[in-house]
Design a protein around this ligand. Sequence first.
Ligand SMILES: [Zn+2]
Length: 208
Amino acid sequence: MPYSEIIDISISLNPETTVYPGNPKIEIEELKSETSASTISKITFGSHTGTHLDAPKHVFENGSGIGVYPLNVFVGTCKVVDCTHESVSVSRETLESMDIQKGDRILLKTKNSGRLRDPFFNDFIFLSPEGASYLASKDVALVGIDYFSIKQKGSTDNRPHTALLEKNIAIIEGVDLQHVEAGEYMLSALPLKFDELDGAPMRAVLMR
Ligand SMILES: [Zn+2]
């Protein structure tokens, strides 16, 4: 079935792309081959750059790399849920008020969307630890959020990562939902095939 609309929810990758503090900036060096006129580029970037997947290895010693996920986690129906009324974090109460079922792919739209190109800011809306535990208890397949971390910056409560990743629930960070209304879509969000790594950038789109 052809889709009438494909919405790009990925962040553009270039040396100016905002990265989480302490993560490497993107570096691109254009190279010219001496034996041909071809242009190739050498790219340096962190595994949590732009729109990207977090794997269990990101927070668990000896945790699995991104290869642990079957591809059907990343492609399929998806619910974009409106959390734009939240001013600190996405609460358990907000999530409980929504129709969230086992196996769902959930993208959390917050006030962060639209600010992804701004310089990094500390007071981004994050997933509350209680909200993460709730989503884990529902056995969803995937949770995405519209900032570079799903966890509050500086917090020692890492449940937004651990509650989800201990159940191999995929986390996508840095989805840009600025121009996306809440509702049901088809999601395609495939990470680059760095199977052993703790995370990898992806091109994510919504279709309907
Ligand atoms: Zn990450």
